[in-house]
Design a protein around this ligand. Structure first.
Ligand code: NAD
Length: 246
């Protein structure tokens, strides 16, 4: 039977590539989106249909525990238990720290980090009981090295990997792996909309001389979701073109 995968932030730039990749290799896919994106999600679903991919969508604000529990319950009732969870929903609210407001700190921590608890918690026990599970957390190179103007985002993204390392130990004997993928700069609507000079200066600092294609992040996720990665857990896989090597 096909495994069921849930991708949070699934209709975003990287989320879309992850959904396409996992759906193509036969997963029963559910893409989560924020409730404010319902119209965009409907269009997104039609676009996937046109590509021959039937992907369910579900609205839930993953910064809310109650909403996340409700979402997981609906998926489990309708499609079966979740075997693969990709925590991909994320936002930025960049500001130098001296100008950063409490709401900018809290929003980034709630959407990027609290969401990882909110969505993983309700799927976790089922994974342990069934003896199989994959949790993949989409962090960032800026969680590994820090970034000016991103104290909130760097803290949340580094926190995601702390979560990965701890939970990996709790799942290891039960066939449940937990890993982090840390992308560098990725060609998404956000980075493509950047001022050309800013974009060029970022690209000039990347040893591979280009940003990642979303499909390159999706390939790493597909590997970590697969049976082939069965002995890998607690890892932080950088997909950054050599931008940060340690
Ligand atoms: P994106 O903005 O295209 O996608 C993120 C998605 O998450 C959006 O659809 C957004 O609506 C959704 N989302 C935001 N808040 C939500 C909430 N509370 N509940 C449910 N959904 C919510 O961004 P992206 O570039 O595809 O980024 C995906 C992930 O990859 C993020 O976690 C981001 O931090 C990370 N990342 C991106 C880059 C990059 O260069 N684009 C680099 C490193 C890491």
């Amino acid at each position: 039977m096909a495994r069921t995968a849930l991708v949070t932030g699934g209709i975003g730039g990287i989320g879309t590539a992850i959904c396409q990749r996992l759906a193509k290799v036969g997963y029963n896919l559910v893409a989560n989106h924020h409730p404010s994106e319902s119209e965009a999600a409907e269009r997104w679903k039609q676009e996937r249909m046109a590509e021959g991919l039937a992907i369910a969508t579900i609205a839930a604000d993953v910064s809310s525990f109650e909403e996340s529990v409700r979402m997981v319950g609906e998926i489990t009732d309708g499609q079966g238990p979740i075997d693969v969870l990709v925590n991909c929903a994320g936002i930025t609210r960049d500001k130098s720290f001296k100008k950063m407001e409490l709401d900018q700190w809290q929003a980034v921590i709630q959407v990027n980090l609290d969401s990882v608890f909110n969505v993983t918690r309700p799927v976790w026990e089922g994974m342990l009981e069934r003896g199989f599970g994959r949790v993949i957390n989409i962090s960032s190179v800026n969680g590994q090295r820090g970034q000016f103007g991103q104290a909130n985002y760097s803290a949340a993204k580094a926190g995601m990997h702390g979560f990965t390392m701890a939970l990996a130990q709790e799942g290891a004997a039960k066939g449940v792996t937990v890993n982090t993928v840390s992308p560098g700069y990725v060609e998404t609507a956000m980075t493509l909309a950047m001022d050309e000079a800013v974009r060029n200066s970022i690209v000039s600092g990347i040893p591979m001389g280009r940003m990642a294609r979303p499909e390159e992040i999706a390939a790493a996720v597909a590997f970590l979701a697969s049976d082939e990665s069965s002995y890998i857990t607690g890892a932080n896989l950088p997909v950054n073109g050599g931008l940060f090597i340690h």
